[in-house]
Design a protein around this ligand. Structure first.
Ligand SMILES: Nc1nc2c(ncn2[C@@H]2O[C@H](COP(=O)(O)OP(=O)(O)OP(=O)(O)O)[C@@H](O)[C@H]2O)c(=O)[nH]1
Length: 183
């Protein structure tokens, strides 16, 4: 089977680690410095449930609760990774606003595959959002939830595995359960 092409956007408040998660996934390293993103697109192959995927990963500029999302964020994007950082309650509030705006534009949640990600879970002493709160929000939205650490490469690949599964489900295909092989 030829690779399927999917486009995924990472969205969320500034400095939550969208670029770090993307770079850890695509290039397998962690960038300690903070360089605000305008917008970058990366490409990466990933095998999920026996199917090869070519992913375009769009690392967006950070949003806040007042951001007007550009039209380009609603067309030609198959799935959304909504990122907050567990050490910032503000970023958790912003991610809810971003979700509401996405849903407004997409019409309903069936058209809007999402994975909710609480990044920086290595910062145990600075935590402001509990795992239970993230989980509860994801259950309300009926989406997958993961806590990650881009710094410690924890659950990063799993994020992309889960968003592909969500996209396939939204398209009416239930992908086989199984390992995910990164190439
Ligand atoms: N401790 C820790 N720091 C992280 C983690 N992920 C990112 N950071 C740091 O957080 C800062 C912001 O990370 P970025 O990846 O640039 O965040 P961003 O969401 O892309 O930011 P914008 O481009 O402004 O939207 C950087 O200093 C990163 O090194 C993580 O998992 N753990």
């Amino acid at each position: 089977m030829p690779p399927k092409q999917k486009t995924i956007a990472l969205m969320g408040f500034r400095s939550v680690g969208k670029s770090s998660v993307t770079i850890q996934f695509v290039e397998n390293h962690f960038v300690d410095s903070y360089d605000p993103t305008i917008e970058n697109t990366f490409q990466k192959n990933l095998k999920v449930g026996g199917q090869e995927y070519t992913l375009q990963v769009i690392d967006t500029a950070g949003q806040d609760e007042y951001s007007i999302l550009p039209q380009s964020y609603f067309v030609n994007i198959d799935g959304y990774v909504l990122v907050y950082s567990v050490n910032s309650r503000k970023s958790f509030e912003v991610v809810k606003c971003v979700y509401d705006k996405l849903l407004d534009m997409k019409g309903n949640s069936k058209n809007c595959p999402v994975v909710l990600v609480g990044n920086k879970n290595d910062l145990t002493n600075d935590r402001e959002v509990t795992t239970a709160e993230g989980k509860k929000q994801a259950e309300e939205w009926k989406v997958a939830f993961l806590e990650t650490s881009a710094k410690e490469h924890q659950s990063v690949t799993e994020v992309f595995n889960r968003i592909i599964q969500a996209i396939e489900r939204a398209e009416g295909n239930e992908p086989e359960k199984g390992g995910c092989i990164v190439s």
